[in-house]
Ligand binder design. Sequence first.
Ligand code: ZN
Length: 188
Amino acid sequence: MVLPLTFYGNPVLREKGAPVESVTPELEDFIGNMFETMEEYRGIGLAAQQVGRAIQLTVIDIRAAENRPSTLEIDGETADPNSLMPLVLINPKVTPLNDPISGAEGCLSFPEIYGDVTRPEKVSVKAEGARGEPIEFVCGGLLARCVQHETDHLHGILFIDRMDRASKTDELREDLEFLQKETKAALE
Ligand code: ZN
């Protein structure tokens, strides 16, 4: 089932997600619905807050973004990033491993709004997977960017908060204001 997306201006996007204690059948259904929703809107990542639920859960699938490379290491060995997809991260903890670089980002909660965000290029990730099993990996490139963007969502942090100054044009500010007003009006 495709779930309705939440847009900038919806307070749930600013809520810190509650830790997920266990993967119940209900949560498994919800995870399936999150993947369906992400595919429908052609996203590469979707956080629970973006479908109205403030919990520590995000889904990622970067396979469609072939023009932006990713790297992956598991247990110190290089691995194919696609082998990890589709990826479910529950209660993720992200640690930066190298210097930040700037790169383009968008967000399903901000239709048609894009900007450059500076983030560490490589991170280590500890989380639980789709069945609650512990997972651990190191990733770089687009996957690292995506994991950080989604983990931010789980803490109520949005990509506009971290956007490079050069991307924060007057036009962007106007677009954000418009979107925020439109979202608030729709919630009333
Ligand atoms: Zn987003």
